[in-house]
Ligand binder design. Structure first.
Ligand code: FES
Ligand code: FES
Length: 161
């Protein structure tokens, strides 16, 4: 038996037939839609590498069943720069040296986008760190990540450093 869902991913509607109701949103994005910018780290909700926005809120895609997302609007890292111009968060990560190997970076940036949408105060670096604590970085680039997210939040909110 197949189950049909419709997802809007980065602004494009997709009608998808699922043969297996256990498929996760992460596997669907990567394997069915070819959106491999969303990374698989732990596959059990512990690292944040798979973070995407679902209806504007951050979610670990490895913990979400695709079947439960019928009708949802999903944004992945590929959707942040649709015209090939860097998103302010991407530019801030470059400017503040916020990555090394880059494996965690798409999840960090999507989580940061969600955090800023939640109203993060760019002047409060401790709250930024706390808000990003679900995203692990094995390279230990945390200082740069926090600075980059704070700078992007400040510019989003029209604050000055
Ligand atoms: Fe989803 Fe680690 S891969 S939280
Ligand atoms: Fe390597 Fe974060 S930059 S895991």
């Amino acid at each position: 038996m197949t189950f049909s869902i419709t997802l809007t991913v980065n602004g494009t509607p997709h009608h998808l037939a699922l043969d297996d109701l256990r498929v996760t949103l992460l596997d669907l994005l990567r394997d069915r839609l070819g959106l491999t910018g969303t990374k698989k780290g732990c596959d059990r909700g512990q690292c944040g590498a798979c973070t995407v926005l679902v209806n504007g809120r951050r979610l670990n895609a490895c913990l979400a069943l695709a079947a439960q997302q019928d009708g949802a609007e999903i944004t992945t890292i590929e959707g942040l720069a649709p015209e090939g111009r860097l998103h302010p968060l991407q530019a801030a990560f470059l400017e503040h040296d916020a990555f090394q190997c880059g494996y965690c970076t798409p999840g960090q940036i999507m989580s940061a986008a969600g955090l800023i949408a939640e109203g993060a105060d760019g002047a409060d670096i401790e709250r930024i760190r706390e808000g990003m604590s679900g995203n692990l970085c094995r390279c230990g680039a945390y200082r740069g990540i926090a600075r980059a997210v704070a700078a992007a939040a400040q510019s989003e909110n029209g604050e000055t450093e």
